[in-house]
Structures are given as C-alpha cells and as structure tokens.
Write a protein that binds this ligand. Structure first.
Ligand code: 2AM
Length: 205
C-alpha cells in the first residue's frame, strides 16, 4: 500500500524517548531530599524532583513507526520484579554529573536491559554500546568530585518500567511517562493461571 502525504507526515514527527525506571512519589521525595542535601554542599544544578529516574535504554528521536516497534518490544518482555537498593553517590567528571546508584546491580535489572536491547535490535534504532551503568542523576554541571558521603540506603521495589518522553520547554527539559509495563508476578501470574488451566484440562483427559 502506498503511503499518503498524511502517513508520511506522521512518520516524520519524532519524539525524544527512553525506557526508564520511574520512582514512586515517596521515593522521589527522599531522592529529592538527598539531592538538596548534597546540593547545599556542591556547586551545580539540582535535577528537579519530577525528573528523577533511572534510564534503562536511551532511544533518542523516534518516529511513530519506531516508537510502535519499541512499544511492542516492551510489551513482549518477561522479566522478574526486583529490589534495587540505592546506597551510594557517585560522580562522573566528563558529563559532570552526580548520581545515586547501587553497590550491587540486581541480575533482573541487567536481564531487563539486555532483553530490551535484544528486541530493539530489530527496530532500526541505534543504541548505546557501552556497558550499562544504572544511575539516577541527582545533579548536573557539577565541576568537581564532592567529598565522599555515606547515604541512608533506599530500597526500591521495582515492579514496572516506563517509556518516557523528554520535552524541551522554556524552563528546561521535563520528562513525561507515555507508557508503562508490569514486571514479574503480574505476567508470571498470567502464565501461572494458564498452566493451571492446562493442568485442569489434562486432568480431565
Ligand atoms: P543522564 O541522566 O546520565 O544524563 C534522558 O536524556 C535520559 O537519558 C537521561 O537520564 C540521560 O542520562 C539518558 N541518556 C543516555 N544516553 C543519552 C544520550 N546519548 N543523550 C541524552 N540522554 C541520554
């Protein structure tokens, strides 16, 4: 079928998108408190509370066809829920960011990112090739490494992941969740119910 000028126009509209873990309000407030606390001792720009997140895969500008492909990949993911403990603050001098992260990356988090990468390979989206380093950016434009400071560990029970749009406005960039998918037992539960039905059918034969 030939594409019409309207189809063409739709394909040309792009959104800047990424897959992310999105903290709930309580965790978001704790993280914002941590950012403010560090921000009182370090020069830089504190990330506003509403924008705090952990990127899983950065996708960049996608047209509607590629976005649809990315969403289909996400919907097909079967990964476990996991607990992520944010227990350290780190600093990278090249992007000049200060971030919160974990001493231990859960295997399920690595699997989720690997599954997304594997699926997205069929969507024609150029992806990051560097090893995945989960981090939640707290401050940007930080000019020097701050003195090491211990933080109270924050346990994050991760049950969903999201597709997020990055929107540039007069007040800077803001992020908007455009879709999300459950992890673990929601889907395991569906499979579990299915197996139970199969067992019941098998029992009647
Ligand atoms: P950062 O927090 O370390 O800057 C939206 O831009 C999110 O995608 C941010 O969390 C950002 O990580 C991440 N990201 C990863 N690769 C990116 C890239 N090439 N350009 C912009 N953002 C990127």
């Amino acid at each position: 079928m030939q594409s019409t000028p309207v189809d063409q126009a739709k394909e040309d509209v792009t959104q800047r998108l990424f897959f992310a873990l999105w903290p709930d309000d309580a965790l978001r407030q704790r993280l914002a408190g941590l950012a403010e606390d560090i921000g009182s001792r370090v020069t830089g720009r504190i990330v506003m509370a509403d924008n705090l997140h952990i990127t899983l895969v950065f996708l960049g500008a996608l047209n509607s066809v590629r976005r649809q492909c990315a969403e289909e990949v996400a919907a097909a993911i079967r990964c476990e829920r996991f607990m992520l403990t944010l227990d350290r603050v780190g600093y990278w001098s090249t992007p000049r960011i200060l971030w919160a992260g974990s001493m231990r990356t859960p295997e399920a988090l690595q699997s989720l990112v690997a599954a997304l990468h594997a699926g997205l390979a069929n969507c024609g989206i150029p992806l990051e090739t560097r090893p995945y380093q989960p981090h939640l950016t707290l401050m940007r434009k930080v000019s020097r490494r701050p003195a090491a400071a211990a933080i109270d560990p924050m346990d994050w029970s991760v049950e969903r992941f999201c597709l997020v749009e990055s929107v540039s406005g007069s007040n800077g960039v803001s992020y908007r969740v455009v879709a999300s998918w459950g992890l673990g037992s929601e889907k395991v539960g569906e499979r579990g119910q299915f197996s139970a039905i199969l067992r019941r059918i098998a029992g009647t034969i």
